[in-house]
Write a protein that binds this ligand. Structure first.
Ligand code: C2E
Ligand code: MG
Ligand code: MG
Ligand code: MG
Length: 277
């Protein structure tokens, strides 16, 4: 009886794995086709000064709407884009599009409006990445310091020296670099100091935890204090309530992104938002 049980579990397992692989391959082909047919687009989430209410920038976030009209979440398709190598071309398209759209967006705001673009590991470590950033700047006319490249903390762990060097080269051309989802990747503090990034983005799990989960604001507070002592800019991700905003301000963090202010919006909606705010 035990044998039969084991065998059926084994069969179930292999069939399940087969389904998963086939599904991934299907998604990869669909993603490539969507990219080629211009079915990917970008939405922008405002980055707000919580004290003044001013929108100081926006993060470009990739969206995929299938021919059936369904949205596939980035957390599902970005890993597939990374795994298949598609991310290099898709990422370059996001970078260029965001840089070109900056010209339109910045006309509707009087601040030194910044565009943040997420960059994957494969893209960042690609030998032609620096050149593609330079080209995007030159072709679009966006000032270098209005472009912010978001990398994740876990990227910092793979090859620290190579990362330090890549960041230094980007900073030499005037582009800003920020660490996304900060606090989730356990990079060491001495390493963080060596990276010389411009900005930390407090991961939304810590913002959430401040009030909702167990009133634990210790990590958010510690990250804010860390940014102050290292003189790095700080922004909180995933701010959903006024209470979170007030607590963050009281800790010395003035900037935020989150549903409390705005969900990611199409470029045209963002223009209306900028005009009205
Ligand atoms: P991320 O870069 O950390 O982006 C922030 C994510 O948090 C976005 O999810 C945004 O919609 C969501 N968010 C913002 N405010 C709130 C809030 O108040 N509450 C909650 N619950 N969520 C909030 P999204 O757009 O689904 O993107 C997920 C992730 O996919 C991004 O996380 C980023 O890692 C990746 N991604 C998106 N676009 C790109 C891209 O162009 N290139 C690369 N490499 N990755 C991308
Ligand atoms: Mg990001
Ligand atoms: Mg994030
Ligand atoms: Mg993320």
């Amino acid at each position: 009886r035990a044998k039969i049980h084991n065998r059926s579990r084994y069969t179930y397992f292999t069939r399940d794995l087969g389904v998963e692989i086939r599904e991934r391959v299907r998604m990869m082909h669909a993603l490539r086709a969507a990219f080629e047919k211009d079915r990917l687009f970008i939405v922008y989430q405002p980055q707000v000064n919580m004290r003044t209410g001013n929108t100081v920038g926006a993060e470009a976030l990739l969206r995929w709407k299938t021919e059936e009209g369904d949205f596939v979440p980035p957390d599902q398709f970005i890993p597939i884009a990374e795994y298949s190598g598609l991310i290099v071309n898709i990422g370059e398209w996001v970078l260029r599009t965001a840089c070109f759209e900056w010209a339109t967006l910045s006309k509707h705001t009087d601040t030194n409006f910044k565009i943040a673009v997420n960059v994957s590991q494969a893209q960042f470590s690609h030998p032609l990445f620096l050149r593609s950033v330079e080209r995007a700047l030159a072709d679009s006319g966006i000032p270098a310091d209005c472009l912010e490249l978001e990398i994740t903390e876990s990227m910092a762990m793979n090859d620290p020296d190579a990362l330090i060097e890549s960041i230094a080269k980007l900073k030499a051309i005037g582009v800003r670099v920020s660490i996304d989802d900060f606090g989730t990747g356990f990079s060491s503090l001495s390493h963080l100091q060596k990276l010389r990034v411009d900005k930390l983005k407090i991961d939304r799990s810590f913002v959430n935890q401040m009030i909702r989960v167990n009133n634990d604001a210790s990590i958010a507070r510690m990250i804010i204090e860390l940014s102050q002592s290292l003189k790095i800019d700080i922004i909180a991700e995933g701010v959903e309530t006024q209470a979170q905003a007030e607590l963050l301000i009281s800790f010395g963090c003035d900037y935020a992104q989150g549903f409390h202010y705005s969900k990611p919006q199409t470029k045209n909606d963002l223009i209306i938002w900028l005009t009205n705010s």
